[in-house]
Structures are given as structure tokens and as C-alpha cells.
Design a binder for this molecule. Structure first.
Ligand code: FES
Ligand SMILES: [Fe+2]
Length: 434
């Protein structure tokens, strides 16, 4: 099958489908590695994870082992996690603080700038060889936007803010939750799902499944708030708007009906948090004005940054990444973000909401994993060759529709075909030849 045949995008019939081999084929995954993960900016981590000189974090990004570290000069540096000597992983722990990185295989030792400090039997090496050849190597491109670090293995990629396009506005809203900045809470959720990574991408921005699949959660919350004035807002849930942000990025925006710790108090949040939340709101209005405060504090966002970063900004703010390790295996990681100056009470509230829904034993994530793994199993019936994402194509799509996923898949196809500037929004019926 030719790559361009993998997707049916018919604006006349309002039909959008993709062929299921995109979810099962090792050849497709190889093409994705070359044309997407080797070509795009891919999320690495947040500056707050390495606050002190010597703080480091180890990750896998775009199929490579990497780590990042705060230098003595305060700068953040990123290195490929492979020893210039013979290849061993130089950084062997997920996180920590160190003065130097010493490779455990033959004890070559590097400083926080990645320079080779010393190695056993220095005299065994000719002085004519430049030591900088033996420094740790950074990825070809490293940049950050408001503390969110991305790397790229494509030396020719556009500048990060250009790549992020309209997504910068939404990263700004999150970064502006506090004037002293935001930070990643200690720890993360890491789990492996037996499905293709794109099923997780779809799932994360699929509002269609919320009520059918997560009914246990909604029943639980409805019961929790049934005697609280205003608790009925959960029943009043209405779809929000979808904004197509360019380069495959997309966001769903909806009003924060059940309150937000930054900073929209609601009776379901309890009297103990009222004063603090209202004070935060007042300060935000002083800093940013009423309209922008509503954008920051009164609006829920589900932001997708192509190819594999999600930011859910609801009662909590969390980051999630989906890394393919095989056509039917994906490593998922989730971190919680909190404003640095919020009280322990508000931070705990965010973590509690995060874990209750998205935690490994939460009321949401296990259902989602079950659903996407079930799709992957269903693909074994290869006679049913296509999956459908047509909902809302014939109308102005809302968050309840499948536009967000069409945006992703159009960008995905554009990348695989090597096209620039793909139009990822829906075309109105009849516009194809016009
Ligand atoms: S592989 Fe690292 S010191 Fe030999
Ligand atoms: Fe879900």
C-alpha cells in the first residue's frame, strides 16, 4: 500500500478514515521514526526538574537515551546518554544530583559541561588527539519555550517558537499561572501500554469517549458533589471549542465549570481553599487584567503538541508523553505541574485530582489503557481494514467531535510524505475544487 493511500480524507462525503496497518506495521513505525521523531521538536522536560547545579534527569526521547543537567553556571545542558569511549550509558539513574558523570564501564569521567575530565591511564592516549572529540555529545538542537525543553535530531529544523506556532499562547497561559513560575511535582507516573502510540494520542484528545468509557468516574464525582450547591454543573457539561494551532498542534478549550485551583473557586472545592484561591485570582487580575485572567484561570485546556506531548490543564495541570517502543507497545510518562507559590493544600488538591483520574490505579487511565489495548487486539481481524474519525466533519466541529484527531492524522501523513505546511483543519464540504 502506498503511504498516501493510508488515509481517506474526503471533504465531499465528510468521511475520514485511516488504514489499520498504520497501527500494526513495523515498516510504518520505522517511517515514523525517520520522518517524525527524527525530524520534529520532541519534548524533553521542564527546567524546574533540575533546579540546582548538578541536578539531572534521564529520559528516552525520539528513541534515544538522553539526559539533562543543570550546570555550575546555571545553564541547562542536554547530552546523548552514550559514552564517547565505547557506548555505555553514562547516566544510569533516572534522577539525582552529581558533580561529575563517571562511566561505570572504564571510569571515563565527565564534568557537567560534558567535557572529559579524566580517564585511567591518560598516558595511554596520544596528546595529538583533541580531547574535545571525546566530550559527551548534545543532540543537534536544544531549546526551551518558557521553561519547557524540547530537543530535535534535525539540525535544520525551524526555531522552536516557530515550530510551536499557536501553541505558544497556551504554554504562556500555563506558565503565567504564577508570577514566580511553575514547577514539576516530584515523581512521575510511568507505565507501558500494549497498543500503538497513536491510539494513545487519539485517546488523550478524544472527548467522545468520556461519558461512555469513564462512567464510573462521573458516577463517583456526581455522588461526591450531590449535596453541594452548584454540584450539578457536572451534568451541565457542554462541548467547548477546538482551535487548530498549526504544525499539527491543537487545543480544546472549555469553561472550567467545576472550578480551578488557579484560580476559580467553586463550592465543590471546599471552604478551606476559598480565601487562597480568591487571593490568587485577585493577583492574576492585577498582573494580567480580567480577560487574560479568565483565559489562564477560568478555562480548561487540553493541548496537544505534535508529535507526542499532551498538556491537560483542568483541575490539575499535567504533561504526558507517549513513546513508541514497538508497533504495539508504548511507554507513557505523566508529570504534574504546580505553581511554585501555591500552598501545600492546593498542591495536594491538584495531585489528588491527577491521581484519582489519571493515576495507574485511578478511575480513568486503566479504562483508557483497556480501551486502546482492545483496539490493538481488534486489529488482528484484518478484514476490517479501516477505522473511522468522521464525527463532526459536516459541521463546525466542537470538542465532542473528532476534529482534534483528524488534525493529528493530517500532519502525520504530511510528515510521512515529506510535505511542508499541511492544512490540518477541516475543509468545508464543497471547497475541494473551489
Ligand atoms: S564505555 Fe564508557 S568508559 Fe568505556
Ligand atoms: Fe479517557
Amino acid at each position: 500500500m502506498e503511504t498516501e493511500e493510508l488515509i481517506i480524507d474526503d471533504s465531499e462525503r465528510c468521511v475520514f478514515r485511516y488504514h489499520r496497518t498504520t497501527m500494526t506495521s513495523p515498516d510504518v513505525l520505522e517511517l515514523e521514526r525517520q520522518r517524525i521523531f527524527d525530524r520534529c521538536w520532541v519534548y524533553l522536560g521542564h527546567e524546574s526538574e533540575v533546579e540546582q547545579p548538578g541536578d539531572y534527569r534521564r529520559r528516552n526521547v525520539g528513541g534515544r537515551p538522553v539526559f539533562f543537567v543543570r550546570g555550575q553556571d546555571g545553564g541547562v545542558r542536554v547530552f546523548l546518554n552514550t559514552c564517547p569511549h565505547r557506548g555505555a550509558l553514562v547516566c544510569r539513574r533516572d534522577e539525582g544530583n552529581t558533580q561529575v558523570f563517571q562511566c561505570f564501564y572504564h571510569s571515563w569521567t565527565y564534568n557537567l559541561d560534558g567535557e572529559l575530565l579524566r580517564r585511567p591511564d591518560e598516558a595511554g592516549y596520544s596528546e595529538t588527539v583533541d580531547r574535545t572529540e571525546m566530550s559527551l555529545r548534545p543532540p543537534p538542537r536544544v531549546d526551551n519555550y518558557r521553561g519547557f525543553y524540547f530537543i530535535s535530531f534535525n539540525p535544520d529544523i525551524e526555531e522552536l517558537p516557530v515550530y510551536l506556532a499557536g501553541a505558544t499562547e497556551y504554554l504562556d497561559r500555563i506558565a503565567d499561572q504564577s508570577e514566580v513560575g511553575i514547577k514539576v511535582s516530584r515523581g512521575s507516573n510511568r507505565y507501558t501500554v500494549r497498543s500503538n502510540w497513536k491510539l494513545l494520542v487519539e485517546n488523550a484528545m478524544d472527548a467522545y469517549h468520556l461519558l461512555p468509557l469513564h462512567i464510573t468516574y462521573f458516577d463517583y464525582v456526581t455522588d461526591l458533589v450531590k449535596d453541594i450547591p452548584g454540584g450539578g454543573v457536572i451534568k451541565n457539561w457542554r462541548p467547548g471549542v477546538v482551535r487548530v494551532l498549526g504544525n499539527g498542534h491543537v487545543v480544546q478549550e472549555s469553561p472550567g465549570l467545576t472550578g480551578r485551583t488557579v484560580a476559580q473557586w467553586h463550592p465543590v472545592m471546599g471552604e478551606d481553599s476559598k480565601e487562597e484561591i480568591e487571593a490568587i485570582r485577585e493577583r492574576l487580575v492585577e498582573l494580567h487584567g480580567e480577560e487574560r485572567t479568565n483565559q489562564i484561570a477560568g478555562t480548561n485546556h487540553a493541548l496537544f503538541i505534535f508529535p507526542n506531548l499532551f498538556i491537560n490543564d483542568f483541575l490539575f495541570t499535567i504533561l504526558r508523553t507517549f513513546d513508541p517502543t514497538a508497533p504495539d507497545r508504548t511507554d507513557c510518562t505523566a508529570w504534574s505541574l504546580v505553581p511554585k507559590d501555591h500552598s501545600t493544600n492546593l498542591q495536594a488538591r491538584r495531585l489528588d485530582n491527577f491521581i484519582t483520574f489519571l493515576g495507574p490505579g485511578g478511575l480513568g487511565t486503566p479504562d483508557d489503557s483497556e480501551a486502546v489495548e482492545s483496539c490493538q487486539l481488534g486489529y488482528q481481524a484484518g478484514e476490517m481494514a479501516w477505522s473511522d474519525l468522521s464525527r463532526g466533519m459536516h459541521r463546525e466541529a466542537t470538542t465532542a467531535d473528532e476534529l482534534t484527531m483528524r488534525v493529528f492524522w493530517r500532519e502525520w501523513l504530511g510528515c510521512l510524505l515529506g510535505l511542508d505546511g499541511v492544512e490540518t483543519a477541516d475543509r468545508t464540504p464543497g471547497s475541494r475544487d473551489g
